[in-house]
Design a binder for this molecule. Structure first.
Ligand SMILES: [Zn+2]
Length: 272
């Protein structure tokens, strides 16, 4: 099923900041990123959590990181599911374009390009249950590793009852199959080729949009311990200073599911 594409209403300026790869090996960097974001006035952040990083780092065994997550949630942050183990489970499936993107930019991480629909359903059910058992609230938003997912896995995420599916430049309201484009900028924290790939993808977004009034900024940990992500934090600080309102993906979904979108919104059904 193809989603309907919508733009958020004119005059609405929202900013969603997401921290990717929230998992035990990166705890100290995640804490540093959260503190840096708080210093520039960004208290509300979406945490993209991996329940069992690479099958070797279970969040439920990581008491300190879990306590941080509970505290950040109390502050109004959002916890989203970011894959299950964040690694591939066999050959990459899906369309040729997705296979190419998966091989180029997320060769070992494109977990949801390697699952059957049934395996994807099992993985998201299990991941959500593990996060909810840790007291991290009701998990309603899913972001596949590398933002890569096959159609059958996407259907499985919808069937599992998730409300939102995050793409690199989009957010999809799954129950209603509506999709909003987001201007996106971020720090990949990985190989320069990945950064270039993401820049190419995100640079095309404003052209598709004709100007979106919701923007997302994403940060990744830097395994080398560097802080290249500070540039993204400074950009967030400038946006907050300009008066752009921090939001979570769940809040954007509330706007999307509004049966009477504000004047100036536009929708187009891409189905033939
Ligand atoms: Zn990731």
């Amino acid at each position: 099923m193809c989603p309907t594409f919508v733009e958020v209403g004119e005059g609405m300026t929202r900013l969603v900041v997401s921290l990717h790869d929230v998992a035990p090996p990166f705890e100290s960097q995640i804490v540093q990123q959260m503190e840096a974001l708080r210093r520039v006035g960004m208290d509300v952040v979406t945490l993209m959590v991996v329940p069992n990083w690479e099958g070797r780092h279970e969040l439920r065994s990581a008491v300190s990181l879990t306590n941080h997550l509970r505290e950040w949630r109390r502050r109004g942050c959002e916890v989203a599911l970011h894959g299950y183990s964040h690694r591939t489970h066999g050959p990459i499936r899906g369309s040729l374009v997705r296979q190419l993107r998966g091989r180029l930019f997320a060769a070992h991480a494109a977990e949801f390009l390697t699952f059957s629909g049934a395996d994807a359903l099992t993985a998201v059910d299990r991941g959500r249950a593990e996060l909810e058992e840790l007291g991290l609230g009701s998990i309603e938003v899913f972001c596949p590793p590398g933002w890569l997912i096959t159609d059958e896995a996407e259907d499985a995420v919808a069937e599992a009852g998730f409300r939102g599916l995050v793409g690199i430049t989009s957010l999809q309201d799954l129950p209603n199959r509506r999709l909003v484009w987001l201007g996106t900028r971020g720090y990949m924290g990985v190989h320069p080729l990945h950064q270039l790939g993401a820049s190419m993808l995100t640079a095309s977004a404003p052209l598709l949009l004709g100007g979106s009034s919701a923007t997302s900024v994403y940060l990744h940990p830097d395994p080398s311990g560097g802080n290249g992500w500070m540039a993204a934090v400074r950009r967030v600080g400038r946006m907050v200073a300009e008066g752009i309102e921090p939001a979570t993906y769940r809040e954007l979904l509330e706007v999307l599911s509004d049966p009477a979108p504000s004047a100036g919104s536009a929708a187009g059904d891409l189905e033939p």
